[in-house]
Design a protein around this ligand. Structure first.
Ligand SMILES: NC(=O)c1ccc[n+]([C@@H]2O[C@H](COP(=O)([O-])OP(=O)(O)OC[C@H]3O[C@@H](n4cnc5c(N)ncnc54)[C@H](O)[C@@H]3O)[C@@H](O)[C@H]2O)c1
Length: 224
């Protein structure tokens, strides 16, 4: 398996002209141990395939209909890939050899904690519903985070989606019991909220012992 060198990690960003991609480019440029080696995006006239020889890790924030092909292209070129794009089929990455795939439905540390607390709470309060709220440009509903939260919880957890201008990414998990409710809420107030998690994933993806791995919790918590 291709390892990243002990030098700076060379990062390519797929979807570099997009809202998340631009924020990732700035975060990578601001990190001492990383180098922004490539910006790939049809909007910039640069195809991902053309930059794969120049990078150790690709970060993909593209579209649900392009992420799977990008992941396959990266792994076949021996390039590790960190995926933030939601709504793609991660089973495409199963059985692929040559590099690692780390897909994180949500890179915000607080959102990962919300999912963990919701899973714990649902062991004791089994009736629950999720409300996820996002900006109105988001293509998929329900959000990857809401689907993942529901998977981690006990029982059947309905998800409600709200799409409105002005929102970024927000989620409430409401659990109901006898004469009480518990609400666990997370708010991403800006796209910067995802960057500490993205940089952590970039640093850890080469060292994964299996692939694909789904969820930032696997590189954030020792017991995940
Ligand atoms: N995991 C997380 O924490 C997290 C957080 C926020 C957003 N997201 C997800 O990230 C994705 C991107 O969101 P956004 O708001 O930045 O979208 P966006 O529409 O602003 O940007 C997407 C970019 O991808 C480019 N693109 C399309 N096809 C491409 C290809 N084949 N190769 C390279 N680039 C390509 C587009 O030209 C565009 O610039 C969405 O799926 C969104 O749900 C995930």
């Amino acid at each position: 398996m291709r390892r990243v060198s002990s030098e700076k990690i060379r990062v390519g960003v797929a979807g570099a002209a997009g809202r998340m991609g631009q924020t990732v480019c700035a975060a990578v440029e601001g990190a001492d141990d990383l180098v922004l080696a490539a910006r790939a995006d049809p909007a910039l006239g640069t195809a991902l395939e053309d930059v794969l020889g120049d990078v150790d890790v690709v970060v993909d924030f593209t579209r649900p209909d392009t992420a799977a092909a990008n992941v396959v292209a990266c792994v076949q070129s021996g390039v590790h890939v960190v995926v933030g794009t939601s709504g793609w089929d991660v089973t495409v990455a199963e059985g692929l050899d040559g590099a690692n795939v780390l897909f994180c439905p949500n890179f915000a540390i607080g959102a990962v904690l919300m999912m963990r607390f919701a899973a714990e709470a649902s062991r004791h309060m089994t009736k629950a519903e999720i409300i996820e709220l996002h900006h109105d440009q988001k293509l998929d509903a329900p959000s990857g985070t809401a689907k993942r939260t529901a998977e981690l919880m006990q029982g059947d957890v309905p998800v409600h989606s709200v799409r409105l201008p002005g929102l970024v990414a927000h989620q409430e998990v409401i659990l109901g019991g006898l004469g009480e409710t518990l609400t666990i809420r997370h708010d991403s107030l800006s796209r910067e909220s995802f960057m500490p998690g993205v940089l952590l994933a970039v640093r850890k993806v080469a060292g994964l012992e299996r692939s694909p791995v789904v969820g930032l919790e696997h590189v954030l918590f020792e017991d995940a």
